[in-house]
Design a binder for this molecule. Structure first.
Ligand code: PLP
Length: 457
């Protein structure tokens, strides 16, 4: 009688895939079966997942970056226990709770030039706030974004999504404008129309792990300032230490007007998002007492998210995780870059800190070309997916393709990974790539299996 979570989990153990197939988005279990991702994880710690038999998996995708400080970090768990035990008066709404103030104070200390914070519950909500703030502050309607950009999937964020497959079926969206990534002339042309509120940019584009051309962002910032438009940096994926700086825009010496964060901020436990902005922008949006609630979110500054956020920032400092992202990221990228000499199929390694892209391309070797042509004909991006499958099946390493139909794998590990994890990945990757360069290798078998799956049709 009553509710007993432990008993419920034990009683229904192993039925997750079946329940998803029956009651949730049924395409998830279909896709996972097709790519051989059918494990049920029972436990997680740091950068590792454990299945029912106690096998350990190296998680190099960290829940799309949510598990930045690693999973189930004891400091965040303790903070969450403490916040429950404190029996706080949470979400009263007509009070000024302490925890949001403390987290805002800590976050702004990482962001000189930004003055105020709006808290919400996800990356896309942080972007929605940024879009509204930019329009309100400038009195202009249009947002410029980049081809292939990803900023979330609610209607406003979808209007600035640079990938047709996400937008398809959901129009009409807001009349915003995409320009090629890194094209300063295109930006200047659009700014010439004097109706642009802001440029929205991921300082490293998540889709494909693309870094803008050297000097582009600072030149863009200059143009925007000249024309009275704002620079919004979407740091939902790149922020909180991921790229070896607290914010990725700090590599470029930028002074953005608005910054969005989410994902890693609450240690992987509680949904959270935040929009940081300059004082004058808040002054325009919340310009009078009447406009107190003009942009708000009921759960936005809830105590659990705020406490988890404070604990996460403490872990990042205590364990020097930003520095580790820089150091271990460099180790990983240097070792992988050296492999482009050895592997015909590996074209490029790029990224910053622990955000790494591995791009595959048509081999020069005539021996491999028919195999490459076979998988390209079936579906672009299939080779990268085969490598992901082989890394998982043969080495218990979890990775992801950087987007549909791209021959790019994206590595986004917890910032806690060290030399042993890099060695684990390198052993796995070299084994899979050695195999892929043998024309009869098992990796190509994965391709044949995938081609026979409904997934490709
Ligand atoms: C750069 C960027 N912005 C926004 C989002 C949306 O975040 P969420 O899924 O929390 O809405 C993502 C998610 O991957 C992202 O990578």
């Amino acid at each position: 009688m009553g509710f007993d979570l432990t008993r419920l989990l034990a009683a229904r153990r192993g039925s997750g895939y079946e329940l998803h197939a029956r009651y949730l988005n049924p395409q998830l279990p279909r896709v996972l079966h097709a790519i051989g991702f059918t494990k049920m994880y029972e436990r997680a710690e740091g950068a590792y997942l454990y299945d029912h038999d106690g096998n350990r998996y190296l998680d190099l995708l960290a829940g799309f970056g949510v598990a930045g400080i690693g999973r189930n970090h004891p400091v965040v768990r303790q903070a969450l226990r403490d916040v429950l035990d404190a029996e706080l008066a949470d979400l009263v709404q007509f009070d000024c709770a302490l925890l949001p103030g403390l987290l805002a104070e800590r976050l702004l200390a990482y962001a000189p030039g930004l003055d105020r914070v709006f808290f919400c519950n996800s990356g896309t909500e942080a972007v929605e706030a940024a879009l509204k703030f930019a329009r309100c502050a400038t009195g202009r309607p249009r947002i410029i974004y980049f081809d292939h950009a990803f900023h979330g999937l609610t209607a406003g964020s979808l209007s600035v999504n640079g990938a047709g497959e996400f937008r398809c079926g959901f129009g009409p969206l807001l009349p915003d404008t995409a320009i090629p990534f890194g094209d300063l002339d295109a930006l200047e042309r659009e700014l010439g129309q004097d109706d642009v509120a802001a440029l929205l940019v991921e300082p490293i584009q998540g889709k494909g792990v693309h870094i803008p051309p050297e000097g582009f962002l600072i030149a863009a910032q200059h143009l925007l300032r000249e024309r009275g438009a704002l620079l919004i940096c979407d740091e939902v994926q790149t922020g909180i230490g991921r790229t070896g700086r607290f914010f990725s825009y700090q590599h470029e010496g930028l002074d953005p007007d608005i910054v969005t964060i989410a994902k890693a901020l609450s240690g992987g436990f509680i949904p959270v998002g935040a929009t940081l902005a300059k004082e004058w922008i808040f002054a325009k949006v919340y310009s009078s007492m009447d406009r107190l609630l003009v942009h708000d979110s009921t759960f936005g500054a809830n105590a659990a998210a705020m406490a988890a956020g404070l604990a996460t920032l403490a872990v990042i400092e205590d364990e020097a995780l930003v520095e580790n992202a820089e150091r271990t990221g460099r180790l990983l990228r240097d070792a992988l870059a050296a492999l482009t000499e050895r592997y015909d199929l590996l074209a490029e390694v790029r990224g910053r800190g622990l955000m790494v892209g591995l791009e595959f391309a048509k081999p020069r070797s005539w021996r491999l070309q028919p195999h490459w042509a076979m998988v390209q004909k079936a579906r672009q991006g299939l080779f990268a997916q085969m490598v992901v499958m082989a890394l998982f099946a043969r080495h218990r390493v979890l990775t992801q393709v950087a987007a549909d139909r791209l021959e790019v794998i994206k590595l986004l590990p917890p910032l806690t990974v060290g030399e042993a994890d890099v060695a684990w990945f390198l052993t796995a990757f070299t084994d899979v790539m050695d195999d892929a360069h043998r024309t009869g290798g098992l990796t190509w078998e994965f391709g044949r299996t995938l081609i026979s799956q409904a997934l490709l049709h």
